[in-house]
Design a protein around this ligand. Structure first.
Ligand code: GTP
Ligand code: MG
Length: 149
């Protein structure tokens, strides 16, 4: 089953949005398989955003992600990588559909509430950056037969 890495960014934790955002993924039907509240250090932040090294927003983005705790999560489900990105909305909350997470809860690109892997390959990389294999939990979730055939 496909997995993605989602992270509630420091603004989401500080603004008390953790429960509301997680509720959307639970309600959709995805399965939570890993979660921790953590402080990201510089080495991890720079590794996370390595693809953006050299861009003007790299340093501010790294500093932002380190500025306060984040909630790191792994979610599982059919097509979860692409669907979670749809649910998050555009990178800039100013352009995000108001029904999306960023559209509903954010207003500035530098405080955009949530991170989500942009491909299955990125998901694999990011999951292993943030989680040890034994931190991901295998379990049966009730009601799966009511989500798909
Ligand atoms: P993530 O899920 O956080 O990776 O966002 P994304 O995949 O929608 O965007 P991308 O990977 O291109 O950028 C990573 C993060 O850098 C974004 O979430 C923003 O917080 C920040 N960022 C990207 N582009 C800009 C920009 O043009 N200006 C500023 N200030 N920040 C940016
Ligand atoms: Mg990205």
């Amino acid at each position: 089953m496909e997995r993605t890495f989602l992270m509630l960014k420091p603004d989401a934790v500080q603004r008390g949005l953790v429960g509301q955002v997680i509720a959307r993924f639970e309600s959709k039907g995805f399965k939570l398989v890993g979660m921790k509240l953590m402080q990201v250090d510089r080495a991890l932040a720079e590794e996370h955003y390595a693809e953006h090294r050299g861009k003007a927003f790299f340093e501010p983005t790294v500093n932002y992600i380190m500025s306060s705790p984040v909630v790191a999560m792994v979610w599982e489900g059919k097509n979860v990588v692409a669907l979670a990105r749809e649910m998050m909305g555009a990178t800039n909350p100013a352009n995000a559909n108001p029904g999306s997470i960023r559209g509903a809860f954010g207003m500035d690109i530098s405080r955009n509430v949530i991170h989500g892997s942009d491909s299955v390959t990125s998901a694999d990389r990011e999951i292993s950056l943030y989680f040890k294999p034994n931190e991901l939990v295998e379990y049966q979730k009730v009601g799966q037969e009511w989500l798909s055939e």
